[in-house]
Each structure stands twice: as C-alpha cells, then as structure tokens.
Design a protein around this ligand. Structure first.
Ligand code: NAD
Length: 581
C-alpha cells in the first residue's frame, strides 16, 4: 500500500529536481516541496525556513544551524517545541477577538505546520471553533481583507480549457485529499463566491489535526464561477471574479473539466464537495460519486453525525430506531441527507424502504412538505412528500405528526419556540431535539431553552457548541453534532484503502462506530457524542470501519493489511520536528 506519510522511505531520500515550469525549478527535499529560483537559486537548506512543513523556526538546534547554514538567520536563543507551544498559546490567548485569533492561527499555519498542528491537537476544544465554525464564517466574510498569503488553488471561470495546467501548478507532488467549494452556500451565510476559500482550508486542517491525514497531501480548491451576491460585484476588496455565477451547461462543463483534470493529475485523490448550493450539490454528488472517489460532507457527513447522535440519544430514551418518527425543519442538503441515511439504518433494522421514508417528515419555508402542495417540489424532497393535508407552520406540524425526534436544519434562528419544545415534551417522555443550524446565531433554539422548556427531559444536540447548562440541580452537557466527528475518519479510511467509491454503507458504518464510542458516563452527562479531545481515537476507529467496508465490498485498491487498524494508525501524521543534523 502506498504510504500516507510523505516522509516515509517510499519517497526519495535526496532532493530531486523536476522539470522547470513557468521559469521556476521545483525542488523536493526528502519528498517535501520547496521552491527555488533558477536565476538566483535559493540554497535548498534555506528553504527549510520558508516551507511551513519543514520549518522549525527558533527550534533549530545549534548543530542544525551549523549543518544547514542557518546560523545568523535566526535569533540566537533556541526554543524547543514545548516552549514554542507555550509561547504561541499565550500569544493566541492575548488576542481578544475570535477573528484576530483566526488570523494569528492561519499565519502560524503558513509559517510552521508542526507547531500549528501540535497547538490545535493539544487544545482542540479551544481551537477547533477558531479554525472552523463558527469563526471561519466570519473569516470568509472578511477573506478579501484578511488575505495575506495564498493557500490552495483558485480555479476561475476564466481558466476553462486549461484546468489541468492549473492543477499541475500545485507545487507538491501527488495531492491525495481535495476539498473543493464553489462558494455558493458557505455555512448558513449564502453565496460568498471566492471568499469561501476559508472553508476548504479549515476543513483540511481538521483532517490533519483530527485524523492525521498528512498536510502535505491536502489540497484546498475554490472554483470561482462568479457570485450572485450583487454587493461583491462592486466591493473593491473582493478577491474573485466580479460577475454573475455560471449556470447550466457552462457550469456543468467547467465541473466536468475539473473532475477529469483531477483524475488525470492526481489519480489517487479523494474529492470532497463542500458548501455547494442546493441546486448543484445533490446532482454533482450523484453524477460523480462512481466516477471519482468523492463525497459531500454537507449531505453525507451531516447525515452520519446526526444518525450517530440519534443512535446515542436512543440509548438514553431506551427506544428502538425503527419506532422513531422524525420531523425536520429545513429540507435542504443536511435534512434530506440525514433522512436518507436514517432510511438506510431503518432498513437495516427491518423496515421496508417505504416504511422508513414514511417515518421522515419535513417542514420547509412553505410548510409541511406534502404531496399535492400546489408547488413544484425539488427532486430531493419528493421521497418525503407524503399524502397529507397542507399544514402551514412547524407548531401545527408537531401537533399533527407527533414526532419523537425534531431536527432543525433550516438556518432559521429561534424557530423551535417554547410552545414547540413544550409540545415535544408533552408527546414524549424524552424528546430528542437537535438544533443543528450553524453558526450559533442561526440555531433553532439554545441548549438552555431546550432543557428549560422541556423540564429537563430533552436529549439535545446542536450544530455549534453551547456551554453546559445547570438545570434541576444537575449540570447537563449538550451534544455538539459537529461533522468533525465523521468526515476526517471517513476520509482517512477511504484514503488508506484507496477506495474507488465512498458508499452509503461506509457512512452507516461511520455513524454506528461513532455512536458506539459514546460511554455511559458521556450519556449520563447529557452528551450524545464522545468528548472532542478523543477525536483522534474516534477518527481511527471510523477509518478502520470505513476501510473494512471498502475491503469487504471489493472497493479497495490496495491489498488488505493483516491488521487494518494498526496499519492505519501507523500512517497517521504526528506533528513532531524532524532531526536535520
Ligand atoms: P440548505 O440551504 O441546503 O437547506 C436549508 C433548508 O431550510 C431549505 O430547504 C430551505 O427551504 C429551508 N428553509 C429556509 N427557510 C425556512 C423557514 N423559514 N422555515 C423552514 N425551512 C426553511 O442548507 P443545509 O446544508 O441543509 O444546512 C442547513 C443548516 O444546517 C445550516 O445552518 C447549516 O450550518 C446546518 N448544518 C449543520 C450541520 C451540523 O450540525 N453538523 C451540518 C450541516 C449543516
């Protein structure tokens, strides 16, 4: 099996010069990349200071400084990694605004990835919300003005016809994990166009921190097809193409060219579609999932994390999956994705497809999604449009449908009102209420509201984190249905097995594995997910489950190792400095 670690002996031990491209000679040092100028060549060792994957900053030892000709280029005092961590954390905490912390962390990542990842991994609960939701949303809005140094690839509508060439400009050999967005539906924030680049960057950082996918292999991409947010067309700080979005056949052919180019330039790459709009996300997933190993985290990752939360919740309520009735507020990617995986799980629990679908009901902006509602329903809603009289509001729908589980994925804040939560509590001894919309300001209700209005009976989870709530003399820790519990492990498992396809069965395996990792103590505290600080273990278990499915179903492109779990574990990226002396 090809190594997931570019520092392994599988790559050349000596610097390798590749063909000059665009006047730049690319030099790979021990398999990692460095750029040199052929006119005035940068001595390769000096590149150790500028390549964030190689740089140790003030941690270069005396011996290394002598051996590599770095003496004088760094301040004399040496700070080992532990001290660098201490100082970096203190500097981060001195910043008061989340966005300032984000900028600080991005700059650190661009300077020294080992230090960055160590910091993230040792302070996950504190830093994940800074490099991903909710802060990344704010960062995207301001991406034009906080932009300092490019990371990843921008492929614009003007690059049509030469996307292969753009991909080949990526200076590292062999990207294996690509997160791509077209910026149309960034979190719950809408069409941010090229500003959406913060999302693939953040997601890939989580892959490395939470599942140990080596950052060398990760490639964030933004497809700048334009934006329909009119204000960006005249915004002087906007970094993308100031035109309306490509749509229809022109858009489709750009995506087609992109996928074909990825297959050719990075034949082992796994592609994650990220934050595409409703009108493209489902269709792209279906069109390409068998042509290139790919998945959509907003649809499938969300589905798995929600299903895991539901399975965890059922351990609290003591009820069976097959007896649940789900009512969703919001019938978009997240909602119908969750319903799709619930149907798969309910079928595995003995229901027919029709029975399982009949357990899923949706309320969208026009009321209960029912047959003959009088409007044209989007394709993805059709399987859940049941025969029923029209119902205008969520409050009425809760009374009519009598759900056991209420899931908010509408990005409409404060829509789980006191009346609705009280009705859920009257209908169910332990109602399961998930308010999944992000960021926190979009949450359908807060944890405190869910517990208070339900008299403490709700099993609650949210998309963004809420602090623990003291209620009825006990401290309840709300679950956070963060996709980070799922996608890094799924990606790692698919990469390790070199799966040709990422199947629903893999997401089902990921969800059941995650649910199985919630301890009785976690459940007693109110959590339906394990604590975030166990994420590397969680990702390893999920990766093993996913790779097992890949091997069992003939989708793996590598030989099955004797011990799959151990094999994956030893490939996980560990942020430690290498010894250059
Ligand atoms: P989407 O745009 O695909 O879907 C939103 C849906 O909400 C649409 O069907 C829309 O019609 C519906 N809607 C809009 N206004 C409404 C209203 N007033 N009443 C009822 N429905 C309304 O978006 P999505 O990808 O499905 O994401 C929805 C939300 O879920 C976002 O806030 C997102 O951040 C969140 N989300 C959370 C997680 C998680 O917690 N793990 C994962 C993915 C998405």
């Amino acid at each position: 099996m090809a190594s997931l670690d570019p520092q392994s002996p599988a790559v050349p031990a000596q610097p390798v010069k590749s063909e000059p491209r665009h006047g730049i000679v690319q030099t790979r040092v021990k398999g990692l990349s460095a750029l040199g100028d052929p006119i005035k060549p940068l001595h390769k060792e000096k590149a150790l200071l500028t390549d964030p994957l190689l740089n140790k900053g003030t941690a270069f030892t005396e011996a290394e400084r002598d051996a590599l000709g770095l003496r004088g280029l760094l301040p004399p005092r040496i700070f080992p990694l532990e001290e660098q961590l201490h100082r970096t954390l203190a500097a981060l905490r001195r910043k008061t605004e989340a966005i300032e912390k984000y900028i600080y962390l991005v700059n650190l990542q661009n300077r020294n990835e080992v230090l960055f990842y160590r910091l993230v991994m040792e302070h996950l609960e504190e830093i994940v919300p800074l490099i991903y939701t909710p802060t990344v949303g704010e960062a995207c809005i301001h991406y034009g003005s906080i932009f300092r140094r490019a990371r990843g690839l921008f492929i614009s509508r003007n690059d049509r016809g030469r996307i292969r060439e753009v991909l080949r400009n990526w200076p590292r050999a062999g990207a294996r994990l690509i997160v791509v967005t077209d910026g149309e539906r960034i979190l719950g924030l809408g069409d941010l166009g090229a500003l959406g680049m913060g999302i693939p960057i953040g997601k890939l950082s989580l892959y490395s921190a939470c599942a140990g996918v080596h950052p060398y292999y990760t490639l964030p991409i933004t497809l700048d097809v334009g934006t329909d947010t009119a204000a960006l067309h005249t915004d002087p700080s906007y970094i993308g193409v100031q035109e309306k979005r490509l749509r229809g056949p022109e858009y489709d052919s750009l995506i087609e060219e992109f996928v074909e180019a990825v297959k050719e330039v990075f034949p082992k790459a796994l592609l994650q579609w990220e934050d595409f709009g409703n009108t493209t996300a489902f269709h792209l997933l279906e069109r390409y999932r068998k042509r290139i190993p790919s998945f959509n985290d907003d649809i499938q990752g969300t589905a798995a994390v929600a299903l895991a939360g539901l399975l965890g919740g059922l351990r609290v309520t003591g009820k069976a999956l097959r007896d649940q009735k789900l009512l969703f507020l919001g019938a978009g990617e997240a909602g119908t994705g969750i319903a799709g995986l619930f149907v798969a799980a309910a079928k595995a629990a003995g229901l027919t497809e029709l029975e399982a679908r009949g357990r899923c009901w949706f309320v969208d902006s026009k009321g209960l999604v029912v047959k003959d509602r009088g409007d044209t329903l989007a394709h993805h809603k059709l399987p859940y449009a049941h025969a029923h009289a029209p119902v205008a509001t969520l409050a009425e729908a809760v009374k009519e449908i009598k759900p056991t589980v209420l899931i908010g994925v509408s990005a409409m804040p404060s829509t789980f009102t006191k009346e609705i939560v009280e009705t859920m509590a009257a209908l169910n001894e332990r109602p399961i209420i998930f308010a999944l919309s992000n960021p926190t300001s979009k949450s359908e209700c807060t944890a405190e509201q869910a517990y208070t209005w339900s008299g403490g009976s709700a099993v609650f989870a949210s998309g963004s984190a809420f602090p623990p709530v003291d209620f009825g003399g006990r401290r309840i820790v709300p679950g956070q249905g963060n996709n980070v519990y799922i996608f890094p492990g799924v990606g790692l498992g698919a990469l390790a097995s070199e799966a040709t396809e990422v199947t629903d069965e893999m997401f089902l395996a990921a969800a059941t594995t995650l649910a199985g990792l919630v301890s009785a103590e976690n459940l007693a505290e109110g959590r339906v997910y394990p604590p975030l600080d166990s994420i590397r273990k969680v990702s390893l278990e999920i990766a093993t489950a996913v790779a097992t499915v890949a091997h069992d179903t003939g989708l793996a492109r590598v030989k099955r190792p004797r011990n799959l779990r151990k094999d994956i574990e030893k490939r996980m990226f560990q942020p430690v400095y290498r010894d250059y002396a």
